[in-house]
Design a protein around this ligand. Structure first.
Ligand SMILES: [Zn+2]
Length: 94
């Protein structure tokens, strides 16, 4: 999944923008693309925030999947030609 607005933060050493993902955060190691500085997650202090972020991320992935499903043609019924032609003041209902 490609995200144009990936979350990120400036490197504390060289201030290059470091982008990361929840998944990468959970792997515990993030490297600055500019200077190669390794940033490690303080798991104990951030565990609560991370689990909340993980839940949010899961929910967002579910929402994306549901959105993709809704936008697919699975739920669209083709209109019969009778209905599409008869769009006047008196809609026909069965
Ligand atoms: Zn850096």
């Amino acid at each position: 999944m490609l995200m144009s607005d990936a979350p990120g933060f400036p490197c504390p050493h060289c201030e290059q923008s470091i982008t990361t993902t929840i998944q990468r955060l959970f792997s515990g190691r993030i490297y600055c693309p500019g200077c190669g500085l390794e940033l490690r997650l303080d798991e104990q202090s951030s565990q609560e925030a991370l689990s909340a972020a993980q839940r949010l991320d899961d929910a967002m992935q579910q929402a994306e999947a549901m959105k993709a499903d809704a936008l697919s043609f699975n739920h669209l019924q083709p209109q019969t030609s009778e209905q599409s032609r008869g769009r006047r003041s008196r809609p026909r209902r069965a």
